[in-house]
Design a protein around this ligand. Structure first.
Ligand code: ZN
Length: 463
């Protein structure tokens, strides 16, 4: 009976597979870029939009909407143009026609935006959500909402990975890259991806180098160097995929970009828009040591960024979003540090981070009420420490099984502490032991002291 059931489930999933592929939102249209004036103009059609009743359409606040139109090219009335609500980088739009109680399956939108160019000068900040023109390149990630992003308010999920077919016209530049397809040279370009990706746009005047289908973008490194870079990256990728039992299947795009704010010499920040990994101020010619390998710092830095291949947009949901997103990636970078660089390096990292949280106080995870309760230090130090304590109590194997289970859940649901417990128990941690861990590190008002004590106990040099 059981086998019959299994066969049926298998058959159903095979039958359903093509359907779920078709359920992908598709974006088609034209994108005009003027590098000299900092202009972006879009004429886009989104189709195959799932049925949503409580939705928002997010478009970057610097974009001026010309109109929304339906599939018959008729104007659609919309809210958001007056006293519009800003959410992050975007203004929220909704349709107001009576017949459109829910979002239509398809709509067209035309808009244009002008952005400052920071050529030989700097602005006060730069981050993944900024549309950055620096005189050479334009960087616009999915987080900027340079293209319409659909937000499902009911489930707090962002829909921003689309298959696409785009005509790009660029003035004042010679190369364009859209995440998921190879970069192209020219002024009138055609990009097609049947697979859905978050649409990072990187355009301007630059070169790129290819190695086995992987690319380094905006660089002048040789083929030989790029091969060595990707050989090193392969080691990080396979370490992560071995631990999490999920393969990296896509080609990788590495972007070197120049930030539009002034940064301390030698510092770098990166972000991930899978399968693209972007880094500021990283000279790929200088990234290899004499032996042709990465330094310990680069291994750990890349370890964090590539870990977002697993803990990425899928987990950025709910009030603990920052914990699932950044703390898990940072925790995984500890494992990369330990496995590729050795325990001495890991100890140095952990003890170094410990110093940064000497005088701070934080809300225990169980009492977090809003996303902003988890500030940068929480995301990048305290959260990863909590996970490290989890690993030190229950072992790497059970931790990996817990992470694998959380990743499965994250494809459809918002992660919660309750789910963490369920996944831990599935991974072989006894319910009682998890509850003790929970009390010490997730609930207790003194959790921070417990975390510090545990890290010091396990990793202090005197040990
Ligand atoms: Zn990160």
């Amino acid at each position: 009976m059981k086998t019959k059931m299994l066969q049926l489930v298998f058959l159903l999933s095979v039958l359903l597979a093509p359907l779920s592929f078709n359920a992908q939102i598709h974006m088609k249209g034209k994108v005009d870029i003027d590098m000299n004036k900092g202009l972006i103009g879009c004429e886009l059609r989104l189709s195959n939009i799932p049925e949503l009743t409580d939705y928002r359409i997010w478009i970057n606040k610097g974009m001026n909407i010309k109109y929304f139109k339906n599939s018959d090219a008729e104007l659609i009335q919309y809210d958001g143009f007056y006293s519009g609500k800003i959410n992050g980088e975007a203004i929220e739009y909704t349709f107001v026609q009576d017949s459109l109680a829910h979002i239509p399956n398809e709509f067209n939108v035309t808009y244009k935006g002008a952005f400052p160019i920071y050529q030989n000068e700097f602005g006060p900040f730069d981050y993944k959500g900024a549309i950055a023109f620096n005189g050479e390149t334009l960087r616009a990630t999915e987080q900027t909402k340079w293209y319409p992003v659909i937000y499902n308010a009911k489930t707090d999920r962002i829909l921003n990975s689309y298959s696409y077919e785009l005509e790009v016209h660029i003035i004042g530049g010679n190369t364009v890259f859209i995440n998921g397809t190879k970069p192209q040279k020219g002024e009138d370009l055609h990009f097609v991806s049947k697979k859905a990706h978050p649409l990072l746009l990187f355009a301007g005047s630059y070169d790129f180098v290819e190695s086995n289908g992987d690319y380094i973008i905006n660089t002048n490194v040789s083929k030989e160097t790029s091969k060595k870079v990707f050989d090193n990256i392969e080691i990080i990728k396979s370490s992560l995929s071995k631990n999490l039992k999920l393969k990296f299947t896509d080609n990788i795009y590495l972007i070197n970009h120049r930030a539009v704010n002034k940064r301390p010499k030698g510092s770098s920040w990166g972000f991930n828009t899978y399968p693209t990994f972007a880094f500021t101020g990283l000279d790929f010619n200088k990234i290899l040591n004499e032996k042709g390998g990465f330094s310990n710092d680069i291994n750990r830095y890349f370890g964090h960024e590539f870990a977002h291949n697993y803990f990425g947009n899928n987990v950025m949901s709910g009030k603990l979003g920052w914990f699932w997103l950044e703390s898990f990636a940072e925790y995984l970078s500890y494992n990369i540090a330990e496995d590729l660089c050795g325990m001495d390096f890991l100890k140095q990292v952990l003890l170094g981070q410990l110093k940064y949280i000497k005088d701070d106080s934080f809300v225990p995870l169980a009492h977090v009420e809003k996303r902003s309760d988890i500030n940068e230090k929480y995301r990048y130090i305290v959260g990863p420490f909590i996970l490290k304590c989890f690993e030190d109590r229950f072992g790497r194997d059970k931790t990996n099984l817990t992470l694998q289970s959380l990743l499965k859940v994250s494809t459809t649901e918002t992660l919660t502490l309750n789910q963490w417990k369920k996944s831990a128990v599935q991974g072989g941690v006894s319910e009682k032991d998890f509850e003790t861990f929970e009390t010490d590190f997730l609930v207790n008002e003194d959790f921070l002291q417990n975390v510090k004590d545990e890290i010091l106990r396990n990793y202090s040099n005197n040990k």
